[in-house]
Design a protein. Structure first.
Length: 228
């Protein structure tokens, strides 16, 4: 299994904070948020990581290097513009080959890591598996709709009338069958068979300045209480 980490966003919603830094390198508890994702990937037993980068590629490469500091092997994949998740999979085709892979959004912080999700995927072998978490206002997120058995039957980005309170966390696992799906993908359609893996821990995104401030405060308090 490989990992594909998306680290190419410009972080426009976080400006002016991201005028001088890539949003994936903003610190949480004195460590870039991207590093938590790389460590979670390593802890799940994955060592080959492709990093999809954009305009902040130089800063990301300087921070991560060849990945050896994390116990990883990194490959950098340039995305000319933020053209979406499916496009990231398309341009990473040569790196991914015919391996299963985790797709991880590099500006997310997953408390508890991704090891349970990876282990369940390996045991059950679906075409795709996603991590979800309950949120108080799903209108701000991508939202999943499930049937009575827990199968994902629909995904919608920032819906005006959400059909559930289950938000996409930013961690996905795919089998190689996804490559055929993304080549014929149409907006708002789900072409792969998916199963639900509830998020067993908290997900934080640094998509806006108020969320980043709240995340930094939360991590600071957690660090203090752990040390005391």
């Amino acid at each position: 299994m490989k990992a594909l980490v998306l680290a190419g966003g410009a972080g426009t919603r976080l400006r002016p904070i991201t005028h001088t830094s890539a949003k994936q390198l903003l610190p949480v508890a004195n460590k870039p948020v991207l590093f938590y994702g790389l460590e979670a990937i390593r802890d799940a037993g994955i060592t080959d990581v492709g990093l999809v980068v954009g305009d902040t590629a130089a800063a990301i490469e300087a921070a991560v290097g060849d990945g050896s500091a994390f116990g990883l092997r990194t490959t950098y994949i340039r995305q000319p513009a933020p053209l979406g998740l499916a496009h990231a999979v398309l341009i990473a085709r040569d790196f991914l080959g015919d391996d299963d892979f985790v797709m991880y959004l590099g500006d997310n912080f997953i408390v508890g890591g991704i090891t349970p999700l990876v282990e369940e995927f390996r045991a059950q072998r679906p075409d795709a598996q996603i991590m979800l978490t309950q949120v108080p206002d799903p209108r701000e997120f991508g939202v999943a709709e499930l049937d009575a058995t827990g199968q994902v039957i629909g995904l919608e980005e920032k819906p005006r009338q959400p059909r559930s309170n289950l938000a996409l966390v930013g961690v996905y696992i795919f089998s190689p069958s996804v490559h055929q799906a993304v080549r014929s993908l149409k907006p708002s359609r789900l072409n792969s068979k998916c199963v639900l893996q509830p998020c067993r821990s908290q997900r934080k995104s640094i998509g806006a300045p108020n969320r980043y401030t709240a995340l930094r405060l939360a991590s600071t308090f957690k660090t203090k209480s752990t040390a005391s």
